[in-house]
Design a protein around this ligand. Sequence first.
Ligand SMILES: [Cu+2]
Length: 170
Amino acid sequence: MKFFPYSALILAFAFAFAACGGSEQAPESEMEMDAMEAEGTDLSDAAVSITIQPAGDEMRYAVESVTVAAGAEVTLVMENTATAPAMIHNIVVLTTNSDEDANRVGMAAIAAMETDYIPEDEAILAYTPMANPGETVEVTFTAPSEPGNYRFICTYPGHFGTMQGVLIVE
Ligand SMILES: [Cu+2]
């Protein structure tokens, strides 16, 4: 009968950890932040590189969102791991998270063949070149200083409807 209280204790610990929900990495990132502070580096000035892949041969990014610090120097990498010839992708970051802007830019892109499917639009914050299947492209830009959600889309014709994600600025 000694076994039961003991296992209940372990279970309690397990729940305690589970309740923290994804905070398993917290100590590690806190250590990273401490390390940066120790070097006198403001986290918002830190350069980060984030690689995004498509979801196989689907017109979809493999991630729904990526998170960066406000004002950070961000490099977004499109590693196009697709193999189907029509799965040409880019990442176009917008200045808003509105469907209206995403739809307008996505639609205008179809006619912007000469500029690699990048239309002229004030809602475009940054964009990578197009990546053919097997290619990797990237863009470096400064994340907005305003925390919030910023949409990113693929502007290859026919893709933006489903190929969208959110840049979360904290
Ligand atoms: Cu695409």
